[in-house]
Unconditional design. Structure first.
Length: 556
């Protein structure tokens, strides 16, 4: 784990925990992570930090864009400190300024014990279930954004991006040519990961991404691989059967486990050690799967990035539909549907046709950014005002930040860009980082390889999705590797039976929630009690919201 201190008064940098260190003259470089393209960049005898030091001396900030892999870097030339986070955000780097000293670490818990809560971060968390960079849950403690350089010189802090996603189409390719190129780049990325660890495990869900990686890997580098899947007693959330179909095709040993509610206490301890609230419930099965894998292997292949890069989320197709209908017609139809939805009974459980229709109807009646946000947010800005009125009065809506991004490039690419700035690094990558650290296994994500990333950004939207399906390219690439049952299923995400658990085995936690949240001093107890009562009596499914509040209560 990289951590250190920089003294602004004398330019001295002291650090430890880096995977590679370089001292070239007055230049000090501390590198933590993996340089997957080191064979293309490194000179003979160089370690990763030496390579970074040489490239930085030659190219300045442009050096970092050439690096391919998860990384966090600290650099000093005796006058200034540079902190750098990788383009996608697979690594995390936190920092705080204390007088003339800059403290930094890959672990947020280093600084969380004596800090005050950041109320804007709390408001963002209630809406999104995570704290988006550059904030953390703690005042005075920040985290780098993906693709960012934060510099400290003479007591002055500044920030700039060395890379950000660009959707500019640079080449005219047919669908077939794009498919061949994407497949070749994914295979190249797989080989890069295998060069780092030739015997990884595979975390398999019932979805396309992880199963495609297993299929391509078993064809590219035949071996006796192990695959790991966790499931639940509730069949709506159990993906062991589908994952088993791919494992059998790849002749991989498939190791499975059923997750029980009793793991929740262990989950809370893991979550607390991460340093700030995090409410993506799929963290729990991710952790269980990684823990299962850690007994057999040092690293695991993950399918991360497939939804963001290849248009897998249903919400992208909704935005495409809005674009097809036109804004006025879309909102008119959404308004009519929303009125109809109000006449229907409340859905007591997610993953039902009723809950899907209700959510879609409400979303389509809203402007583009609030519409898109409604598919991710736990508590809308209006909900936050009801739940924590004093907090809402002192903070701003995250919609304003999202709107700034959407205004740069609207439509599907606009919301995709929002995800690449926020959801992918601060939810997806954060989730895998927390789970992997607790389980003691290294996550490898070939789809997030920068060559794959840059190429797919250049492709037209209709190569990735249509109104009926997402991941069009991955489906075509996987037609020889994926069982038809996997490609036919509806996108559902790696979820868990939150709603039912909270009404049964975890009910005591839920009943104690209103009292647990009182210590924050900003929640309306009656509002919390209403949410709890509506969920427990089956009137509404507030599972995701209550889960987020339970996770938050660990920081009371």
């Amino acid at each position: 784990m990289l951590k250190g201190v920089f003294d602004n008064s004398n330019g001295q940098l002291t650090a430890e925990g880096a995977s590679a260190v370089s001292s070239q003259g007055i230049l000090q470089v501390y590198f933590s992570g993996i340089l997957f393209n080191r064979d293309e960049l490194a000179h003979e005898g160089e370690n990763d930090a030496d390579t970074v030091a040489r490239l930085y001396q030659e190219k300045g900030d442009n050096a970092f864009e050439q690096l391919n892999g998860p990384f966090a870097i600290a650099i000093s030339d005796g006058k200034q400190l540079l902190l750098v986070r990788d383009q996608v955000g697979q690594k995390f780097l936190f920092f705080k300024c204390d007088g003339g000293l800059v403290h930094f670490s890959e672990e947020l818990n280093e600084y969380a014990s004596h800090a005050e809560k950041d109320w804007q971060a709390l408001a963002d968390y209630l809406s999104l279930g995570y704290v988006p960079a550059p904030r953390t849950a703690w005042k005075g403690v920040s985290k780098l954004r993906n693709g960012e350089i934060v510099a400290f010189r003479d007591g002055v802090q500044s920030a700039r991006f060395f890379w950000s996603p660009s959707f500019e189409t640079q080449a005219e390719l047919s669908m077939e040519e794009a498919q061949d190129k994407a497949k070749a780049l994914i295979i190249k990325a797989i080989r890069r990961c295998l060069a780092y660890d030739g015997q990884p495990g595979f975390l398999l869900s019932g979805g396309i991404d992880s199963n495609l990686l297993l299929g391509l890997t078993s064809e590219t580098a035949p071996n006796s691989y192990k695959a790991f899947t966790v499931g639940f007693a509730d069949p709506k959330y159990d993906e062991r059967y589908l994952a088993g179909l791919s494992a059998k095709r790849a002749d991989a040993q498939h190791i499975t486990q059923q997750v029980e509610p009793s793991v929740f206490e262990e989950f809370l301890q893991m979550l607390k050690s991460s340093g700030e609230p995090f409410a993506d419930s799929s963290l729990l099965p991710d952790y269980c799967a990684m823990k299962l894998a850690a007994a057999h292997c040092k690293s695991v292949f993950m399918g991360d990035g497939g939804d963001e890069l290849f248009g897998g989320y249903r919400r992208y197709r909704i935005m495409a539909l809005r674009g097809r209908l036109g804004e006025a017609l879309s909102r008119l139809g959404g308004g009519i549907a929303s009125a109809v939805a109000k006449l229907l009974p409340h859905a007591s459980e997610g993953r039902t046709s009723l809950s899907t229709f209700t959510r879609l109807a409400k979303a389509m009646s809203l402007p583009p950014v609030p519409c898109y946000a409604s598919f991710q947010e736990l508590f809308s800005p209006c909900d936050v005002k009801t739940l924590a009125p004093e907090l809402a009065s002192q903070t701003e809506s995250y919609h304003d930040r999202w709107q700034e991004i959407y205004d740069c490039i609207s439509g599907v690419n606009g919301v995709n860009l929002i995800d690449m700035h926020y959801y992918l690094p601060d939810d997806g990558c954060r989730k895998e980082g927390i789970a992997a650290s607790a389980a003691g296994v290294l996550p490898l994500a070939p789809i997030l390889d920068m060559d794959v990333f840059r190429f797919v950004l250049q492709l037209p939207v209709d190569y990735k999705l249509n109104l009926r399906q997402g991941k069009l390219l991955l489906r075509q690439i996987g037609k020889d590797f994926l069982h038809p049952e996997i490609t036919r299923q509806v996108k559902r995400g790696f979820g868990m039976p939150v709603a039912s658990w909270l009404r049964s085995e975890l009910k005591d936690y839920v009943l104690n929630l209103p009292a647990e949240l009182e210590s924050f001093g900003c929640f309306d107890r009656k509002a919390v009690e209403t949410i709890v009562a509506e969920h427990l009596n089956g009137r509404c499914d507030h599972g995701a919201r209550i889960w987020a509040l339970l996770c938050l209560a660990q920081w009371k």
